[in-house]
Ligand binder design. Structure first.
Ligand code: PEP
Length: 250
C-alpha cells in the first residue's frame, strides 16, 4: 500500500504575512489527515511556514533547488539554504520552470541528484503538452522525461523520490485529465520506473496527479488505483479548498 501524498504548490503567491494567514487557517483543518501533507512555498516563506508547522503534520517544501552547492549562480538557491530554512521537500522540473526558465531534462537530473545527495525529498514533475497528447506522443514524452530525470540516479535514491504526472494542458487551465487518462498515464510512468529500477521500487513509488485538481474532482481521481495523491496549484491557495482535498485523500 502506498501512502497518498498531497502537496500544495503555491507558485509565486503569498507574501510572508499572507503565508502566515493561510497556514494558520490550514493547520487545524488538516490535523487528522490520513495522507502526507506538504506545502511548497516561495523561498521567502519557507522559514516562517516551517516554524508555524513545527510539530504538526504539515511538511514544507521549496519549488526549485540549484544543482551546485554554492557559488556564482545568481537567482538560484542551494540545498543547504533550503534545509537550514526548514524545507524537507522540493519540487523539481515543474512545467512552468521548463516553459519559462529553460529547465531541461538534463538540468532536472542535476537538480534531482543535488536534492538526493542533501537528503531533500524530491517531487519530480513530468507531463506532456497538448500537442503531444493530441499527436499520440504522451507516453513517448513522459518516458523521455522520466529517463532523463533519473539518469545515473541509484535505485536507493529513486526510491526516495515522488513523481508528479502533470499534463501541461491541465495546469492552471481548469481542464483536468479524465480519471482514466490520469490512471493510464501514471500506470505507464510506473512501467517506465519498473524498466529502470524493477517492480519493487516501481510498486512502492508514489506518483501524484497534478492539473486543476480540486474539491470537485479529487474523489474520483483519488479512487484511481495508480493515483497516489496530488500536486495542487490554484486550489492550494485557499485553506478550505486545500483542506478538502487533503481530507479526501486516504
Ligand atoms: C501545479 O502548479 O502543479 C498545478 C497542478 O496547478 P493547478 O492545480 O493550478 O492546475
Amino acid at each position: 500500500m502506498r501512502k497518498a501524498i498531497i502537496a500544495g504548490n503555491w507558485k509565486m503567491n503569498k507574501t510572508a504575512a499572507e503565508a502566515k494567514e493561510l497556514v494558520t487557517a490550514l493547520l487545524p483543518k488538516v490535523k487528522n489527515a490520513k495522507c502526507d501533507v506538504v506545502v511548497c512555498v516561495p523561498f521567502t516563506d519557507i522559514a516562517l511556514v516551517a516554524e508555524l508547522c513545527r510539530g504538526s503534520n504539515i511538511k514544507v517544501g521549496a519549488q526549485n533547488i540549484a544543482w551546485a552547492d554554492n557559488g556564482a549562480f545568481t537567482g538560484e538557491i542551494s540545498a543547504a539554504m533550503l534545509k537550514e530554512a526548514g524545507a524537507e521537500y522540493v519540487i523539481i522540473g515543474h512545467s512552468e520552470r521548463r516553459q519559462y526558465f529553460g529547465e531541461t531534462d538534463k538540468s532536472v537530473n542535476a537538480r534531482l541528484k543535488q536534492a538526493l545527495i542533501n537528503g531533500l525529498k524530491p517531487i519530480v514533475c513530468v507531463g506532456e503538452k497538448l500537442e503531444d497528447r493530441e499527436g499520440g506522443n504522451t507516453e513517448k514524452v513522459c518516458k523521455t522525461q522520466v529517463v532523463g530525470a533519473f539518469e545515473t540516479v541509484s535505485a536507493d535514491d529513486a526510491a526516495k523520490t515522488v513523481i508528479a504526472y502533470e499534463p501541461v494542458w491541465a495546469i492552471g487551465t481548469g481542464k483536468t485529465a479524465t480519471d482514466e487518462q490520469a490512471n493510464e498515464t501514471i500506470g505507464y510512468i510506473r512501467s517506465v520506473v519498473k524498466e529502470l529500477y524493477g517492480a519493487k521500487i516501481a510498486d512502492a513509488m508514489r506518483i501524484q496527479y497534478g492539473g486543476s485538481m480540486n474539491a470537485k474532482n479529487v474523489d474520483s481521481l483519488m479512487a484511481q488505483p495508480e493515483v497516489d495523491g496530488g500536486l495542487i496549484g490554484g486550489a492550494s491557495l485557499k485553506a478550505d479548498d486545500f483542506a478538502y482535498i487533503v481530507n479526501a485523500a486516504k
